[in-house]
Design a protein around this ligand. Structure first.
Ligand SMILES: [Zn+2]
Length: 131
């Protein structure tokens, strides 16, 4: 994907946002996302398919984050939907960042958010976690 036109970028961002904020995943949404993300989307779906992603929710605040298992043994990446952050090397190295250039972990988090069968672990707000 090579898009340099700013106006085009803004439109694509709007499209991605509306696709990812849909209430349920449909074939049409999947096809549209595939047209935009191509290989990254396939990798994200594999992450979901292999159940390599877990959502953690803090109670009672309802703050949440995702942890995605990497392919290498013991590698885990923290994904925050608020603030668009991922702890993986691909995210760190993608520069300059555009608003819709998600890594496969972020995309998997966003897709999982749309699907109902997500694996959720609830944590107390008082718990301190280091990832
Ligand atoms: Zn990532």
């Amino acid at each position: 994907m090579n898009i340099t036109n700013t106006a085009h970028n803004t439109k694509l961002k709007d499209i991605v946002n509306s696709l990812l904020s849909a209430n349920e995943m449909t074939d049409d949404i999947l096809l549209a996302l595939y047209a935009i993300y191509d290989k990254t989307l396939s990798e994200s779906l594999q992450i979901i398919d292999k159940q390599m992603i877990v959502k953690y929710i803090f109670k009672p605040s309802n703050r949440s984050f995702y942890v995605v298992n990497g392919h290498q043994k013991d590698s885990k990446y923290l994904c925050l939907l608020d603030g668009d952050y991922c702890g993986c090397p691909a995210f760190r190295n993608s520069s300059p960042k555009s608003d819709f250039s998600y890594c496969k972990h972020q995309l998997a988090s966003k897709l999982t958010e749309m699907m109902n069968d997500k694996s959720v672990t609830t944590l107390s707000d008082r718990l301190q976690i280091t990832v």
